[in-house]
Design a protein around this ligand. Structure first.
Ligand SMILES: [Zn+2]
Length: 402
């Protein structure tokens, strides 16, 4: 015969077992049933959304796409974040890229990291010239020669040479502002608006080729990488991405230096990558777009930001529909960074974000959202804006027709 107390405990065990199958809670019938807290590693936490809402699959973009921001080649060597070789590393063959491009309605890709000199020439031959209209390659500054006395003129001439080789623009990585130092890899950091680069910016204006510029990074990378940081896991996985402390300038200082460059070179077109490098603050990006007629932005690797503020983003797309370019930051075989790995799935997510009003879906093909634990909402752009963002705005920058 069991007494009432024992019977209640027994019921508690059963209820606990039903609610948490196999969880091992309250194994001992003598223990009073109560909620127990068990530690769980954040990296093991993979919650599955129970939300049942419409899921669209967008395999092909509604209109042909020009992906303005990809990395098909990159410098073969770098030191302390500074690329130091003309020689390129090839990340994907044209054939494997074209297969995805054809499936996903991508007419052309811009390879931003084409380098300079011989490496640039080879990349242009292998992609742009071999497959006309499908690939466009950009040049990059030659930081190897930074210490040479006539660097400003040399770099301006290098732009002219690259233009002659077939480069369609200049790419600036965050090397400028965060890695390049007076002695290239040591000494004081060189500022983005250092006047020694003025002839280079002007040369781009003279040859009418855009500057695709990346400065700064997500603001969370400049905040302490602690439990209050919304990108804690990402910084934990990539500690070198943190620009908190040391002699790094603040995010605001970097953006201000960039703005001074835009103001000083009004005849040069600047595509400020990653939503003007401040996707967390579209009011700020809007302010700069209003201030600088020579500024446009791309959306590369920032649908995670845009998609978590879909109403603000929708208004932003509407207001700046002529100045927003489609880009992904796609890198062939870049599996380590799911938000920018070049594959079919990545493009489907971008199209779903731009073309549907789907709710609460993953912004990257990954088990755990890699840029912060949230999901996104589609902005369902009207067709006229889609055409501009997918193709027309980028085509104008590149001087491409059709
Ligand atoms: Zn990039």
């Amino acid at each position: 015969m069991i007494n009432r107390r024992q019977w209640l405990y027994g019921l508690g065990v059963m209820a606990g077992a039903a609610a948490q199958p196999g969880s091992g809670f309250a194994k001992h019938p003598q223990e009073p049933q109560k909620t127990q807290h068990r530690p769980l590693d954040l990296s093991d936490f993979e919650p599955k959304s129970m939300l049942q809402v419409h899921e669209s699959r967008v395999e092909r973009a509604k209109f042909p796409v020009l992906d303005f921001h990809t990395h098909i080649t990159r410098s073969a060597t770098s030191e302390n974040g500074v690329e130091l070789a003309s020689e390129r590393k090839y990340l994907g063959t044209p054939e494997e890229l074209l297969a995805v491009m054809d499936r996903r309605n991508i007419r052309a890709m811009v390879n931003l990291t084409g380098g300079y000199d011989k490496g640039l020439g080879e990349a242009i031959t292998k992609y742009d010239r071999a497959f006309p209209g499908r690939f466009y390659t950009f040049t990059e500054p030659c930081y190897e020669r930074w210490k040479e006395p006539h660097y400003p003129q040399l770099q301006a001439q290098a732009i002219e040479q690259a233009y002659g080789q077939g480069a369609r623009g200049l790419k600036i990585l965050k090397t400028l502002g965060l890695y390049l130092r007076e002695n290239i890899t040591s000494g004081e950091l060189v500022k983005i608006d250092d006047p020694r680069f003025d002839p280079m910016w002007d040369a781009c204006g003279q040859f009418n080729i855009p500057v695709a510029i990346h400065v700064s990074d997500p603001v969370a990378f400049f905040a302490p990488p602690d439990r209050f940081n919304e990108r804690y896991e990402e910084l934990n996985n990539h500690p070198a991405w943190s620009f908190y402390g040391g002699d790094f300038p603040s995010n605001a200082e970097l953006l201000e230096a960039r703005n001074r460059v835009l103001a000083r070179h009004p005849k040069t077109q600047f595509v400020v990558l990653h939503v003007g490098n401040f996707g967390e603050n579209l009011a700020n990006v809007a302010q700069n777009l209003d201030r600088f007629p020579n500024m446009t932005v791309d959306i590369a690797a920032r649908i995670g930001e845009l998609g978590r503020q879909p109403r603000t983003a929708g208004k932003f797309f509407d207001r700046y529909q002529d100045r927003i370019l489609f880009g992904t930051d796609a890198t062939p075989h870049g599996d380590e960074f799911p938000q920018q790995v070049f594959n079919d799935q990545l493009y489907e997510i971008y199209y779903r974000f731009l073309e549907t009003e789907d709710e609460y879906f993953d912004y990257a093909p990954a088990k755990i959202p890699p840029q912060g634990r949230w999901r996104i909402y589609g902005v369902n752009l009207p067709e006229t804006i889609l055409r501009k963002v997918y193709f027309e705005n980028a085509a104008r920058q590149l001087g491409v027709t059709g």
